[in-house]
Write a protein that binds this ligand. Structure first.
Ligand SMILES: [Zn+2]
Length: 166
């Protein structure tokens, strides 16, 4: 089947373009407009935006909705420590605020889940960019210890933020 060759061809296109290898980004940009069947975002003139669907737009899911459907985050932010436990709502509020600011203009920047994890909370995101923004927002707002680990091959960012009691 032709479709099976799709991902390979797509990777090759990305190599030629020098782009990062991220299976959730369209390697070959659609010719026309796309309307996401999940969140309603619109792909137009090379980027995803929030807009009314143009007539005749192709209907399929955007990369963020694909990640959510497949449970495949691009960013992981682990938050731990006594300070975090004591100021959990405030810290999570900062994280959500960060998402709101990004998502307003960039539909692909979203939090996927905020889950309890060992010693704290794990936040997952649909993009590396948002995970990085959240990491730096945590550090600038609350100090603490921050570490970022980027996996280039899979285009994944793992963030660990921790702060002991003040
Ligand atoms: Zn979508």
């Amino acid at each position: 089947m032709r479709r099976e060759r799709g991902p390979y061809r797509y990777r090759r296109m990305q190599m030629l373009e020098g782009a990062s290898d991220d299976a959730y980004r369209p390697g070959v940009k659609p010719r026309g407009a796309v309307h996401c069947t999940g969140c309603g975002a619109v792909f137009r003139k090379g980027r995803w935006i929030w807009a009314a669907a143009p007539a005749g737009a192709e209907k399929r899911r955007c990369p963020a909705c694909l990640r959510i459907a497949e449970g495949s985050p691009a960013g992981y932010i682990s938050m731990t420590g006594a300070f975090f436990s004591a100021h959990r709502d405030e810290v999570l509020g900062r994280v959500r605020h960060c998402e709101q600011r990004e998502k307003t203009t960039h539909p692909l920047e979203r939090i996927m889940a905020i889950d309890a994890a060992k010693g704290g909370v794990l936040v997952t995101t649909t993009s590396v960019h948002l995970a990085r923004r959240i990491a730096h927002a945590l550090e600038s707002s609350f100090k603490g210890a921050l570490s970022l680990s980027y996996n280039h091959q899979d285009n994944l960012l793992r963030v660990r933020w921790s702060r002991a009691a003040d």
